[in-house]
Ligand binder design. Structure first.
Ligand code: NDP
Length: 323
């Protein structure tokens, strides 16, 4: 089978396709024939070494496909099941072995590309809006990169929860997409000072929560956008990791709460995973949650997908289809 690997952390040119034997599922695992793999920013962190993994690094934390075989003791899925998953590495490939408890069976009408587009970014938007800071009607939130993969889903879910949504984007075209997703106030943070807009629009109070996946570039001002005792949810590093800081800053800026969550801890049990995936895939199927698939790449084009994602040129989801 063909697999994308990185021998040495670095740029997109490090991505190589290699031939490997098709793996055998060990006890507790299932072998999935990948129909579509999701491209996510975490794949870039794995490739560059920001998130440490021992080489050779297989990439891809999200996939959808058909179970071809299962190892001993597997009860969750059976050969022939249509499934999707997130947070198990190695989906940029024709086949992947995945812990069976991480596999979610697809609703009959849901296609593989939609499932691969929805799982990781959708469950992220779900835990951020339902668990990390459970938004309720009347709350206000600031979402950076609101037209990104996570961003467009996060905006829609925040609106489903009844919040007032501020969204930042880098271009007018992205602004339009964020608006279509439901953002109430869209800020071109490449031209406008987002802090000034948030302060003005909230009459100086600030928002209840900031969902910040941009990291270094937005960190400081995001804290200033919060109301006293508001919550800073720093969940990504698209512009680079947040530099070291003194906790005292949280007191000076209003006794703020800070969390740095990751999806794995919010899908830690099968029950929690099935809850989040069930909501997300159900909403996609009934049309409440709209996916935007920007482009579908071949396995050979994985480096191109990385270049596009890290150059800020994309909105919504990038997929890789192995054949
Ligand atoms: P996106 O599609 O959102 O792409 C990243 C976006 O970030 C860009 O489109 C761009 O939007 C914005 N951005 C701002 N500055 C930069 C920069 N210097 N370089 C690149 N992009 C920049 O990617 P994903 O949806 O895959 O991921 C979004 C973020 O969410 C990532 O930080 C990722 O790590 C994080 N994440 C975290 C998870 C968690 O559980 N902690 C799970 C999933 C994702 P614009 O042009 O509008 O500025």
């Amino acid at each position: 089978m063909r697999v994308v690997v990185v021998e040495q952390p670095g740029g997109p040119e490090q991505l190589r396709i290699v031939e490997m034997p098709k793996p055998e599922p060990a006890p507790g695992q299932a072998l999935v024939k990948i129909a579509a793999a999701g491209v996510n920013f975490i794949d870039i962190y794995h490739r560059t070494g920001l998130y440490k993994v021992d080489p050779p690094i297989t990439l891809g934390m999200e996939g959808a496909g058909v179970v071809e075989a299962v190892g001993g003791g597997v009860t969750e899925v059976a050969p022939g099941d249509r499934v999707a998953y997130a947070m198990a590495r190695g989906s940029y490939a024709e086949y992947a072995v995945v812990p069976a408890w991480m596999l979610v069976k697809l609703p009959p009408a849901l296609d593989f590309q939609s499932a691969a587009a929805a799982m990781l970014q959708g469950m992220t938007a779900h835990y951020l809006t339902h668990s990390t800071y459970p938004l309720k009607a009347g709350d206000s939130c600031l979402i950076h990169a609101a037209a990104g993969g996570v961003g467009l889903l996060l905006v829609q879910m925040a609106k489903m929860r009844g919040a007032r949504v501020f969204g930042t984007v880098s271009t007018p075209a992205k602004a339009e997409l964020a608006r279509q997703a439901g953002a109430d106030v869209v800020i071109l943070y490449t031209e406008q000072d987002f802090l000034e807009v948030v302060r003005r629009e909230t009459n100086g109070r600030g928002v209840d929560v900031v969902y910040d996946s941009v990291g270094a570039a937005t960190w400081e001002k995001s804290l200033d956008c919060l109301r006293p005792r508001g919550m800073m949810v720093s969940f990504g590093n698209a512009s680079g990791p947040v530099p070291p800081f003194q906790p005292l800053i949280l007191s000076q800026k209003g006794s703020l709460f800070l969390t740095r969550p990751t999806l794995g801890h919010y899908t830690a049990t099968r029950e929690e995973l099935l809850w989040r995936a069930g909501d997300v895939l159900g909403w996609v199927q009934d049309g409440r949650l709209k996916l935007r698939i920007e482009r579908v790449y071949k396995l050979e084009e994985a480096a191109e997908a990385h270049r596009a994602l890290e150059s800020r040129a994309t909105s919504g989801k990038l997929l890789i289809v192995p054949e």
